[in-house]
Design a protein around this ligand. Structure first.
Ligand code: SF4
Length: 333
């Protein structure tokens, strides 16, 4: 995609932290939606590598590898470098400068009151060990969004407080220095809780994920012991598909099979072993085109390098244009 000034579509920005291969939860919660958005918006999709450092500084040496893996997952899933700008945050240094300038527009107390931050402290058991960078990560997020003057950001409901912080910083900047930034709107993605192999929310930290790029053997291996209806102890017991992770996966990936699955489960006409084997075959076929596309890109590292370099170059050009306007507005020489 080129930054064509005649392109009047609204701009969106979104990103993922590169912490390893993406899984079904990432796919249904974001990636699948991004692929659709590409035709409607001018999209910037960012590998948020600096954001990983806020919570996993000890894994810094893995970030470059994970960033490439993320690009492969994206390309396999259908993000198209001809339609969207796909780039790596750390390759666009303008984010760091804008982060510094935006940091002057928000108080420490306001960042500490951010509900998502409070939850993270509790969930990650961070206690008093909070880095300055971690506290300030919503400011870096604001810089990511405002560098491209995005009009909208696809977010889950839990991310709304962060976006509000971005809107506050944009508003404050505009009030002090003149209109440079749009106040980005939320494109709220509503998605039902997506279960992992243990029935809890699919999450890498819980070790219950199935990767988008999983081979047929890996899919089967993960599905075989997966959580089903705990009340169904014998093959002859009627089941309750609504509590079963396997049934949720049917509804998502094989919706044409969902009704028959539920009926046969409830009447004990189908056993869980058969049900899982059938799902594994169906899901393998569902993800086959994605896996094949991913493998083709993985087999051509030179081409992947080119795609990454081109996306970063496009992003830099746009972010540099924004920073020029920021400098002018602030009178920064
Ligand atoms: S038959 Fe299928 S839907 Fe029913 S409990 Fe077993 S795995 Fe779940």
């Amino acid at each position: 995609m080129t930054a064509d000034p005649a392109d009047k579509r609204k701009i969106i920005l979104s990103g993922n932290r590169p912490t390893g291969r993406l899984h079904w939860g990432n796919y249904t919660g974001a990636l699948e939606n991004w692929v659709r958005l590409q035709d409607e918006y001018r999209c910037y999709f960012m590998v948020a590598d600096w954001h990983v450092l806020t919570t996993a500084l000890d894994k810094a040496d893995l970030i470059a590898h994970h960033s490439r893996e993320m690009f492969l997952d994206w390309l396999g899933a259908g993000l198209d470098p001809e339609k969207s700008v796909l780039f790596i945050q750390s390759q666009v240094k303008e984010h760091a400068e804008l982060y510094l300038l935006l940091a002057m527009l928000i108080s420490k107390g306001r960042l500490e009151r951010n509900p998502t931050f409070k939850e993270q402290i509790r969930d990650l058991n961070l206690g008093g060990e909070i880095s300055y960078g971690h506290l300030g990560y919503p400011v870096l997020q604001a810089a990511d969004i405002l560098a491209y003057r995005a009009h909208a950001v696809p977010v889950g409901e839990d991310q709304l407080p962060h976006l509000e912080l971005t809107r506050e910083m944009a508003r404050r900047f505009n009030r002090l220095f003149g209109d440079v930034f749009p106040e980005p709107e939320a494109l709220v993605t509503k998605f039902a809780r997506f279960p992992g192999t243990d029935g809890k929310r699919m999450s890498k930290s819980l070790g219950n994920t199935i990767e988008i790029a999983a081979s047929p053997e890996e899919i089967l291996e993960k599905i075989r012991p997966a959580y089903t209806d705990p009340a169904r102890l014998r093959r002859s017991d009627p089941g309750h598909p609504e509590v079963c992770a396997v049934y949720t996966w049917y509804r998502k990936f094989l919706p044409e099979e969902a009704e028959a699955t539920a009926a046969e489960c409830r009447s004990a006409g189908r056993g869980c072993v058969d049900c899982k084997l059938k799902l594994a075959a169906g899901v393998t076929a569902h993800f086959a085109p994605l896996r094949e596309r991913r493998e083709a890109f993985a087999a051509d590292p030179g081409k992947l390098d080119e795609i990454i370099a081109h996306g970063c170059e496009q992003a830099r050009a746009v972010a540099a244009g924004t920073m020029e306007e920021v400098h002018q507005a602030m009178g920064l020489g």
